[in-house]
Ligand binder design. Structure first.
Ligand SMILES: NC(=O)c1ccc[n+]([C@@H]2O[C@H](COP(=O)([O-])OP(=O)(O)OC[C@H]3O[C@@H](n4cnc5c(N)ncnc54)[C@H](OP(=O)(O)O)[C@@H]3O)[C@@H](O)[C@H]2O)c1
Length: 282
């Protein structure tokens, strides 16, 4: 029977799991889950102390957590990290490239730094991790990689001009790479969560429909990694499929519907502009 990369679900017998952005939130919860089912999990983020605390916390698990701190925006460090993991812990069989930042943008007063930081971490950091990883997996003849995007990548949403652009980029990147990675036996998947209760969302000033607890999100991600033939892992499905269906609407309806449901269409001009309007009206 021929090997179908889309059906490949890596197991601890195949090698190590690597998670970036594992010092908190979804990445940390997934690392705990994988260690609990016997994986040797290599974890990366900038906060080495948090990674070591996670490893200590999982010391009684059937698997183990090994710490490889690093900033994903540093391409040389990510190449070195992949090499270190493979030398110390074994071949990387499964990778979840999850490191990311959420920086809201007020489009009436856009902040260039928020755009650059989002592009550097969410897109640049993922690519810096992915390229040496693919090189390693090509050598092994198989592997499983998931990129953590977001439903904000499906279409433009208020405040998410920078974040959404990076997540749309990741979705497109994974779709494009699937054609080639299939040819070398490497399975690529995209993860599109809705709202998850993590440090990244705790200061959101707007209501978050269908907000999911982080352990539940990690469990859904974990289940999606094990499902054969699935390219996209998305949760909670009722919410994320509604957002996906909105993409079928003509733009006129899309903007009207989202403007109304998010309350954005009720927002007037920004305060500075309102003062101008008031001045002009006098
Ligand atoms: N929470 C949600 O509602 C939600 C929804 C959709 C998608 N997502 C995505 O899920 C992923 C995880 O987010 P989360 O909600 O779990 O947030 P989080 O708790 O803030 O986790 C983000 C992780 O990324 C790491 N990170 C950030 N910048 C990094 C860098 N330059 N180098 C290495 N690691 C870096 C952080 O660690 P350090 O700060 O220690 O480096 C942290 O471990 C992100 O890609 C996010 O966009 C989240």
């Amino acid at each position: 029977m021929t090997f179908n990369p889309s059906d490949f679900t890596a197991t601890p017998d195949d090698g190590v799991a690597w998670i970036t952005g594992a010092s908190s939130g979804i990445g940390a919860a997934l690392a705990r889950k994988l260690a609990g089912e016997g994986w040797r999990v290599a974890v990366t983020a900038r906060s080495a102390d948090d990674l070591h605390a996670l490893a200590a916390d999982c010391a009684g698990a059937s698997g183990e957590i090994r710490v490889y701190p690093g900033d994903t925006t540093d391409a040389a460090r990510m190449a070195q990290t992949v090499a270190e993991i493979e030398a110390d812990a074994g071949p990387i069989a499964l990778a979840v490239l999850n490191a990311g930042v959420y920086l809201p943008v007020d489009g009436t007063n856009p902040d260039l730094k928020a755009f650059h930081k989002s592009f550097d971490v969410n897109l640049g950091g993922t690519v810096n991790s992915l390229v040496p990883l693919v090189e390693a997996m090509r050598g092994h003849g198989r592997g499983q990689v998931a990129l953590v995007a977001s439903v904000a990548g499906y279409g433009g949403l208020p405040t998410s001009a920078a974040y959404g652009a990076t997540k749309a980029g990741l979705i497109n990147l994974a779709e494009a790479l699937k054609f080639d990675l299939d040819r070398i036996g490497v399975r690529i998947q995209i993860v599109s969560p809705g709202f998850v209760d993590t440090p990244a969302t705790k200061n959101n000033p707007f209501p978050m429909p269908h907000l999911m607890q982080v352990e539940e999100a990690a469990a859904r991600l974990h289940a999606g990694l094990k499902r054969r033939g699935v390219f996209e892992i998305t949760f909670p499905r009722r919410f994320t499929w509604q957002l996906k269906a909105l993409q079928l609407l003509p733009y006129r309806w899309y903007f009207a519907l989202l403007g109304r449901t998010t309350g954005w269409s009720k927002k007037g001009p920004p305060s500075a502009a309102r003062a101008d309007v008031a001045d002009a009206a006098e």
